[in-house]
Design a protein around this ligand. Sequence first.
Ligand SMILES: Cc1ncc(COP(=O)(O)O)c(C=O)c1O
Length: 386
Amino acid sequence: MKIPFVDLHAQYLSIKDEIDKAIAEVIAESAYIRGPHVDAFEDAWAKTLGVKRCVSCANGTDAIYIALRGLGLKHGDEVITSAHSWISTSETITQAGGRIVFCDTDEETFTIDPEDIQRKITPATVGIIPVHLYGQPADVDPIMAIAKRHNLWVIEDCAQAHLARYKGQYVGTFGDAATFSFYPGKNLGAYGDAGCIVTNDNRLADWMSTFARHGGKGDHIMEGVNSRMDGLQAAILNAKLSHLHTWTEARCRVAAHYDNLLEKVGDVITPEVSAGRDHVYNLYVIRTENRDVLKEYLEEAGISTVLSYPKALPFYPAYAYLGHSPEDFPAAYFNQARILSLPIYPEINDEMIHYVAECIGSLFLEETPGMGRQAEKVAPYLWSTS
Ligand SMILES: Cc1ncc(COP(=O)(O)O)c(C=O)c1O
């Protein structure tokens, strides 16, 4: 059986008529750049989250950059962020003129460790970018408390966490601003690049909107950037938005199913979700000491998996100049060799989930004969075909 890591075509087929209609409308109206579909999506996304404003832009990376500029980042300002994320979270700090200060993560949830944030604050610190990684909210309360105590702004990186909730409240509604990516594989994904910033601050929203559009149309009150959501992406996102709650529930069901099946497999740690946090499983990330062997084994069995991410950010060549060593981020370093993202998407079916779990179980039977009976129980598929 072949199991892709994500299956965007299956999702398209499930709502083909709506998507085709949305695309045809944009073409009929020639509403390619901004226009009514973009305005409608900005309104709809702000309303969904319960925030005052949504400023659309070209992608989730630009969203962070634009928010940093909007919050007035100056040369040499320090911004604290997570050692375990996609590089957009940190590269934008440098690009906006700031200095990155990485923090370690909680070993179980992969989200930024508030105690390490506290330790890293200096007189040059101006803000914090927590990441709601893989779809699980960061520990928002202590982060916001630290920010308040030290007069720092907070930008939530919600690229992987559409509709995730912390103590019942949507992520993206806690910080001074929050950024989203609508990259195709995200929980709400366009058919190309797209992103946005949300905020309750009207002045900030106006500034970011102007900055993202060359600093003003017809009257350039400043130099800006060209970062626009296009009409096709907005129309597609509008069509998909009405399905997002259902798809999110489906992702949670898939995750619960994996949790159940893999609980019986020794050597695999399933995702840990902290109390009060609603995970939306953009990624389902397990941990195992035998990660590389397992990845190869699953690949041979037709199952695509991904490393999210192969290294913690401070250990990439791009950040060699910071001179960090593994002891600086023990949890992020420990996890980087153990994490493996399994296929998860709303359309994956029970048979596929069973197959993935059975293959994992069967590997550990081969690797560790001592756990034979356990693995035999969870790996009937391979047993019956080998
Ligand atoms: C945590 C995180 N932040 C930011 C981004 C950037 O989003 P985009 O790819 O839309 O630029 C991503 C995208 O993968 C991400 O995962």
